[in-house]
Ligand binder design. Structure first.
Ligand code: AMP
Length: 310
């Protein structure tokens, strides 16, 4: 799997959502969210990224303006579907700021036909299938035949309502990222490494099991690696939404910019994912990750490497 890739050919698809988030001390109403938005904002800090997604006619103009303001995000794959409703999600964090409850999920355009990959993106090499319906993920994959690495994310909703499509997807991708409760839900195995190993049996080369404030584990056919989370003080955690997607953005963008996808590069990519997520949780919506500079990222990466000795 050590393939050289063009660093400008990272493609993401997933949801572009309108989020309403409650935390024990604050809330944000109808802000820009969605797996593809978070991923693209994060990845673009390190490498150019192509976004393929669909919104409805109700998508707020200021959400579009925010995505358009992100340097390095190519929005030629963003479709506004006539008569459609934008994906909307509401979530509430418990006092520990780690566990959350989904209050509502309105699929809207996500329940319809997948968006089309524009001809200009068809040569993409690294593909990230952010959280969305597995059928949409499979539909997208077919439109990027020149890919060298396809990685997906998933979550409980899809394990519940689209289990068979998710298993079909696993047979067609190289890697999957999911959190520990989802890994357990999918496999029935509580231990993250053993659950990861079971998922490898469905077809992928590697699985990243995210464990929230306890870090992440990479279970790869070539070995196992782990990183802790960035040790954040309580007042640094404002809204954990998007931590998983921005982790993925940092992880994939590091592979894209190095042009390597071997086990050792993935080990370093785990740290970039961790650093990226640490900025997301410090603000609502994309604010934390959208405004971070390259110098701040590199400085936190050095802090993380020192603290975690990675
Ligand atoms: P994360 O905190 O990384 O799990 O990502 C949260 C983001 O994912 C929010 O911005 C939501 O809009 C979006 N989201 C929530 N549920 C789903 C779902 N079932 N499929 C796709 N995206 C979702």
């Amino acid at each position: 799997m050590s393939t050289l890739v063009n660093p400008s050919s990272l493609l993401v698809t997933g949801t572009i959502g309108i989020d309403t988030v409650e935390t024990p001390s604050s809330r944000a109403d109808r802000v820009l969210g969605g797996s593809a938005s978070y991923f693209a904002a994060a990845a673009s800090r390190l490498a150019p990224v192509r976004l393929v997604g669909v919104v409805g006619e109700d998508w707020p103009a200021h959400h579009r303006a925010l995505l358009e303001s992100l340097e390095g995000v190519d929005l030629r794959g963003l479709e506004t579907r006539a008569g459609g409703k934008t994906f909307a999600w509401g979530g509430k964090y418990l006092v520990n700021m780690n566990d959350r409850e989904t209050l509502f999920t309105e699929l809207g355009v996500v329940a319809e036909a997948p968006p089309t990959v524009p001809a200009a993106f068809a040569n993409s090499k690294l593909v990230f299938l952010g959280n969305t319906h597995p059928e949409v993920q499979l539909g997208l994959l077919k439109q990027v035949p020149q890919r060298t690495l396809a990685v997906a994310d998933t979550m409980d909703l899809w394990i519940n309502i689209a289990h068979d499509s998710l298993v079909a997807l696993l047979g067609n991708i190289d890697g999957i990222l999911l959190n520990d409760s989802e890994a357990m839900h999918l496999t029935g195995i509580r231990n993250a490494v053993s659950a990861g190993r079971r998922i490898l049996a469905y077809g992928p080369q590697f699985v990243v099991v995210k464990k929230g404030e306890h870090g992440a584990v990479l279970v790869h056919r070539d070995g196992v690696a782990a990183v802790p989370a960035f040790p954040a003080e309580a007042d640094m955690v404002v809204d954990p939404t998007g931590a998983g997607d921005t982790f993925a953005g940092g992880f994939m963008a590091h592979l894209a910019r190095t042009g390597k996808t071997d086990f050792e590069t993935m080990q370093t990519a785990l740290s970039w994912g961790t650093v990226m997520a640490s900025f997301t949780i410090a603000a609502f919506s994309l604010d934390g990750v959208a405004r971070v500079t390259r110098a701040e990222l590199e400085s936190r990466y050095r802090d993380f490497a020192r603290v975690a000795r990675v």
